[in-house]
Design a protein around this ligand. Structure first.
Ligand SMILES: NC(=O)C1=CN([C@@H]2O[C@H](COP(=O)(O)OP(=O)(O)OC[C@H]3O[C@@H](n4cnc5c(N)ncnc54)[C@H](OP(=O)(O)O)[C@@H]3O)[C@@H](O)[C@H]2O)C=CC1
Ligand SMILES: O=C(O)[C@@H]1CCC=N1
Length: 272
């Protein structure tokens, strides 16, 4: 893929995960610039990744072919209004922010940007990210391809035709690592209560989660239901555990949680 110069404007949890994934995939450190206002964060990025990291947002944007908007949604307007005097002509802009539409981003910066809206997730850090992408009609095929290649370097991608589908990507992938972490936290806590030392409780849970995920990936023709039934012996232990989940309406809870994420994304569209 092309190695355009990328400036990550706001390089916190999510942007750092993408940067790590890109570097692991062979993207050159010399083609990546990161910005944060906090000196310690910038120093850490340079020390960890060997990339340029600076508080000077305007210079970073000027140097870049690609500008990734990586600040929190509530900080986006301040950021974009502070750089509205710069020309973004010829640059590709990639937003990773939840709940801010393309038209709102254009309004904030006072220009019609060449903008791809994306929704990544933090497993990009280890090359196992899942990113949704949406590009409005004004984005060229070449820039769409570049954006797709860039995020593919950090994991898998999924293009959507409707911008509103980015909110569904948030529910199904962007926020999703946190759901699995929550589930694992609960299991780890119970394993501790059962008497396992902290290290062993974590190992029991993480190895089971990793093994289950790897089995899903290794058996694309097998439904999740079948994989589950293969663990669930009739009259056995798993059946009793699954019965508790079903009695407590796990599926309905998951459905409600995912809808709540979508609703919050929609709400954010009118807030920021
Ligand atoms: N975390 C996640 O799992 C995901 C997050 N996202 C999206 O990614 C974006 C960032 O989230 P996340 O990484 O969690 O947030 P973080 O707070 O970790 O990162 C944001 C970074 O932006 C920096 N920043 C804020 N304002 C400015 C500014 N004006 N100039 C330069 N740097 C600035 C902050 O550092 P400092 O204050 O030092 O400037 C901070 O390091 C959000 O819009 C979120 O919706 C999308 C998918 C998943
Ligand atoms: O919680 C959030 O709003 C962001 C978007 C998806 C994951 N984190």
């Amino acid at each position: 893929m092309e190695h355009r110069v990328i400036a990550f404007i706001g390089a916190g949890n999510m942007a750092r995960s993408i940067i790590s994934g890109l570097l692991k995939s062979g993207y050159p450190a010399s083609s990546i610039i990161a910005t944060n206002r906090t000196t310690e964060k910038n120093t850490l990025l340079t020390d960890t990744f060997g990339i340029e990291a600076t508080p000077d947002v305007k210079t970073a944007i000027k140097k870049a072919d690609v500008v990734v908007l990586g600040v929190k949604p509530q900080g986006m307007e301040d950021l974009l209004s502070s750089v509205s005097d710069l020309s973004f002509d010829g640059k590709l802009v990639i937003s990773i922010a939840a709940g801010i539409t393309v038209s709102r981003l254009n309004d904030m910066v006072g220009q019609t940007l060449n903008l791809v809206r994306t929704m990544p997730n933090t497993p990009s850090l280890v090359g196992l990210g899942m990113t949704g992408l949406y590009a409005p009609a004004n984005v060229s095929e070449k820039d769409r391809d570049y954006a797709g290649d860039l995020l593919s370097a950090t994991g898998k991608i999924c293009w959507v035709d409707e911008e509103s589908d980015i909110n569904s990507i948030i529910a199904a992938a962007g926020s999703a690592p946190a759901y699995f972490f929550l589930f694992m936290e609960a299991m780890e806590a119970e394993a501790r209560r059962m008497g396992f030392e902290a290290d062993m409780a974590r190992t029991l849970v993480q190895q089971s989660a990793l093994g289950a995920a790897q089995m899903v990936v290794a058996n694309p023709e097998t439904t999740l239901e079948t994989l589950r039934s293969q663990v669930t012996s009739k009259g056995g232990t798993t059946a009793e555990a699954i019965k508790v989940f079903n009695d407590k309406q796990l599926s309905e809870t998951v459905s409600e949680a995912m809808k709540a994420a979508v609703n919050r994304a929609k709400e954010m569209e009118s807030l920021f």
